[in-house]
Design a protein around this ligand. Structure first.
Ligand SMILES: Nc1ncnc2c1ncn2[C@@H]1O[C@H](COP(=O)(O)OP(=O)(O)OP(=O)(O)O)[C@@H](O)[C@H]1O
Length: 317
């Protein structure tokens, strides 16, 4: 289906958490223009605590009680649509409300593909498995519906959208959600009161809102994505290498903002290569992905093991 801007924004509705409404899924690249349902199915633990402010605090508050089942992935397999090369091979993962999960793994092991397949990216075709999100069959939803259901995906390399300011983008996305929730839409002036506190939280200059979508530096793009999350909200946030391109201070600001958005009802699945992110956003579960499947799951000590011993220390082979 060809995308209009509103459908590109694809903001949404049905999130259960009133303070964290759903969000948009954004495919900004050639595939955006032909966003379709090809990523639908082809054939028809412990819980992390929330709101850590510092590594020490994160360590102290790391908890482990399960909320409601949010995402259940069973035997998910997928191929690249064009080449039919298999990239996901029977991935299993379960996320409950309030949990923080991290996926780590070698370059090319399939981490980003996994997040894109969950978001419904048309570059991939699901060839097997079941994915249930908030009790619904995620694979039967198009990307917009997934967003409407409360799935937020921050991509590794968000593509610029020249000609659309960040402010307009956020306002349109916000109002689309309001509409979906049968709430009154708000005007551009009123919207400042929504965005302003979020900007402050992320230590972003107001001038950022005048720039075009994803048209900033690498670090600013990452902050921008978290700003979108803060304004629009989500039940499950998939953050793909949110730490890449961030300097030390920016990493702390972004991590603090993410922690500030956590409630006992929403969850995070983050993909990262570096343990330092996990010092700020402490996961209850760390998964190691290898050759398109999750080969090991443990707690945060698995990330330490990985850092100290390299992939051979945690590899299946
Ligand atoms: N659209 C695509 N076209 C061609 N190959 C692809 C595509 N998407 C993924 N791949 C290939 O699938 C494999 C997994 O890629 P993916 O980006 O998911 O890995 P990753 O674990 O996220 O890597 P990194 O840590 O480097 O970001 C790689 O071999 C990659 O080249």
């Amino acid at each position: 289906m060809a995308l209009t801007l509103p459908s590109l924004l694809s903001t949404s509705s049905a999130a259960s958490s009133p303070c964290l409404p759903p969000h948009r899924t954004l495919f900004t690249g050639p595939s955006t223009l032909s966003l379709n349902r090809s990523c639908r199915r082809r054939r028809s633990g412990p819980r992390a605590s929330v709101a850590f402010d510092s590594p020490a605090e994160a360590g102290e508050r790391g908890g482990s009680s399960s909320g409601e089942l949010l995402l259940e992935v069973r035997g998910l397999s997928a191929v690249i649509s064009e080449s039919k090369k298999e990239v996901l091979r029977s991935v299993d993962l379960t996320v409950h409300q309030g949990e923080i999960h991290a996926i780590m793994g070698r370059n090319g092991s399939g981490k980003s593909t996994f997040s894109k397949v969950l978001a419904g990216h048309p570059q991939y075709e699901v060839t097997g498995g079941v994915v249930t999100f908030k009790g619904q069959n995620l694979l039967d939803m198009d990307p917009e519906e997934r967003s409407h259901a409360g799935l937020f995906t921050s991509f590794q390399d968000p593509v610029e959208i020249p000609g659309i300011s960040n402010y307009d983008f956020l306002l349109m996305a916000y109002n689309a959600r309001q509409k979906k929730l049968n709430r009154p839409e708000i005007g551009p002036i009123e919207f400042f009161s929504v965005v302003d506190p979020k900007l402050a939280m992320l230590k972003m200059e107001k001038g950022f809102l005048d720039g075009h979508v994803n048209g900033a530096s690498g670090g600013q793009k990452k902050r921008s994505e978290i700003l979108q999350l803060a304004v629009l909200g989500a039940d499950l946030c998939i953050l793909d290498e949110i730490d890449s391109g961030l300097d030390v201070d920016a990493l702390q600001d972004v991590a603090k903002a993410i922690n500030g958005l956590l409630t006992p009802d929403n969850s995070i699945l983050m993909i990262t290569h570096y343990r330092r992110l996990l010092d700020y956003i402490k996961p209850a579960y760390v998964h190691i992905m290898e050759d398109g499947r999750i080969i090991k799951t443990g707690d945060a000590s698995l990330a330490k093991q990985l850092e100290e011993g390299g992939f051979k220390a945690v590899s299946a082979t």
